[in-house]
Design a protein around this ligand. Structure first.
Ligand code: IMP
Length: 497
């Protein structure tokens, strides 16, 4: 006979937090949001943590290299979408790893024999106006000069003019040794009133460019998420089909963590994929798995060796899985049950496996609730899609700016690997929609506002860390009438008259 759960499954909006005692030192500026990203043994530190509990969804319309850099600057991590050719995904990972506010490996390079036409083409391709001139035209060749838009006038110069004729030559350039620290580089930049400082090795080969604008950004990012080489950290999505080519390419590109992206993770395909990683890379490569929505699914992925487990089916803003297939579970209930299973597993084995609540965050307080219910971090799609840094188009609809946001299960994404149950190699029916979301500005401004609310609520609960919140949180269900009471009510809003 079928198994029936006693309780209906519930969403975040059906719960509230009840404040606990907060002492005078419990203030938002003291809250630490650092949280484990991968599993660890009791008493040990996790191999990877993130500085804020937010990660971006493995989606075409959300996580490219641009958003990954912006999120790492705030302390979170992106999972670059896997529904693209392996080489393209690996290139995005490389771009994040190369991009460190401060030290940039030059991606716009020419040789002295190339022409003004080549320079213009490159500038258009990369969007960068500083071009390194190296002997071989590569990013690590012997540095001969620099070309910026101050060196040429298109209207006055022949497009066939060779670069060596108009570049600023090395003798006239300020440059420094590769060991120069960011602070020293910045001092040189200021002293010489320049915008870019090339750093070279002993053979005078180009190693990095340091830009004035990057140093300013760098100074503002106190929570930035960087690896031991001071590069931004980045994750990448994989699937249970082409992992034998995708995983090596992503690891070579420098991905810090992988995540199996699948709509339904309680499956042997996930175990096979994790087995492949363990066999070839041992525990050096970290991989999350999912998605599951109950204790049994969690236990399966924990035993399969997942480094974190993603929770959620059917709650995503663009998701129509529940309507199409009738599978899923209210996101709050799923998180509560999986968190309990995670704690039991920890008790039994001494291994803590972080869980990620994926999808369905509508209000900022849903993040705090998910954390209080036991999530270690939260994956968001719609939230990030609204920002300048997301990969999608900003469109003007009747005077309001919107951003495009489409699901991985939509015909537009064509991500059959995420939904494939074996052998079909096509999307038989859609599980996601193609939509628009209100444009909301920069990631930095929005994340800092969201987290200021999270910190504030945590203080109301007397908690300065996420584990403390999970221990102290008092959570209540709310009736449908009290949900109405929770918004502005029985008043006429001025801007809606
Ligand atoms: P959101 O934060 O509510 O927008 O949900 C994002 C999450 O929805 C992702 O991290 C995925 O787990 C899930 N998702 C992405 N694309 C689809 C889809 O097309 N159908 C169903 N779920 C999807």
């Amino acid at each position: 006979m079928a198994f029936y759960f006693d309780e209906p499954s519930r969403t975040f909006s059906e719960y509230l937090l009840i404040p606990g005692y907060s002492s005078a030192h419990c203030v938002p500026s003291q809250v630490n949001l650092k949280t484990p990203l991968v599993k660890f043994r009791k008493g040990e530190d996790p191999a990877l943590s993130i500085n804020i509990p937010m990660v971006s969804a493995v989606m075409q319309s959300v996580s490219d290299d641009n958003l990954a850099v912006a999120l790492a600057q705030e302390g979170g991590i992106s999972f670059i979408y896997g529904s693209q050719p392996v080489e393209k995904q690996a290139e995005m990972v490389k771009k994040v790893k190369r991009y460190r506010a401060g030290f940039v490996v030059s991606d716009s390079n020419v040789s002295p024999e190339m022409t003004l036409q080549d320079v213009l083409r490159l500038t258009e391709q990369t969007g960068h106006s500083t071009i390194a001139v190296t002997e071989d035209g590569g990013p690590g060749g012997k540095l001969l000069g620099i070309v910026t838009n101050k060196d040429y006038r298109v209207s006055r110069m022949d497009l066939d003019l060779k670069v060596k004729e108009f570049m600023t030559k090395l003798d006239d350039l300020v440059y420094a040794e590769e060991e120069t620290t960011l602070k020293e580089a910045n001092d040189i930049i200021w002293e010489h009133k320049i915008n870019c400082l090339p750093l070279v090795n002993k053979n005078r080969e180009l190693v990095y460019l340091v830009f004035r604008k990057d140093y300013d950004t760098h100074k503002k990012n106190e929570h930035e998420l960087i690896d031991s080489h001071k590069r931004y950290m980045v994750g990448a999505g994989i699937n249970t089909r082409d992992y034998e080519t995708r995983v090596p390419a992503l690891i070579n590109a420098g991905a810090d963590v992988l995540c199996i992206d699948s709509s339904e993770g309680f499956s042997e395909w996930q175990k096979i994929t994790i087995d492949y990683i363990r066999k070839n890379y041992g525990n050096d490569v970290k991989v999350g798995a999912g998605n599951v929505v109950d204790a049994e699914g969690f236990r399966f992925l924990a035993d399969a060796g997942a480094d974190f487990v993603k929770v959620g089916i059917g709650g995503g803003a663009i998701c129509i899985t529940r309507e199409q297939k009738g599978i899923g579970r209210g996101q709050a209930t799923a998180v509560i049950e999986v968190a309990k299973a995670r704690d039991e597993y920890f008790e039994e084995t001494g291994i803590y496996i972080p869980i990620c609540s994926d999808g369905g965050i509508v209000h900022d307080y849903h993040i705090t609730l998910a954390l209080a219910m036991g999530a270690d971090f939260i994956m968001l799609g719609r939230y990030f899609a609204r920002f300048d840094e997301s990969p999608t188009k900003k469109v003007n609809i009747n005077g309001s700016y919107m951003k495009e946001y489409w699901g991985e299960g939509s015909a537009r994404a064509r991500n059959w690997q995420r939904y494939d149950m074996g052998g079909e190699k096509k999307l038989s029916f859609e599980e996601g929609v193609d939509s628009l979301v209100p444009y909301a500005g920069s990631l930095k401004d929005n994340v800092s506002l969201t987290l200021s609310k999270v910190r504030s609520t945590m203080c109301n609960c007397g908690a300065l860390t996420i584990p403390e919140l999970q221990e102290k949180a008092k959570i209540t269900l709310v009736s449908s009438t009290s949900i109405v009471e929770g918004g502005a009510h029985d008043v006429m809003l001025r801007d809606q008259r």
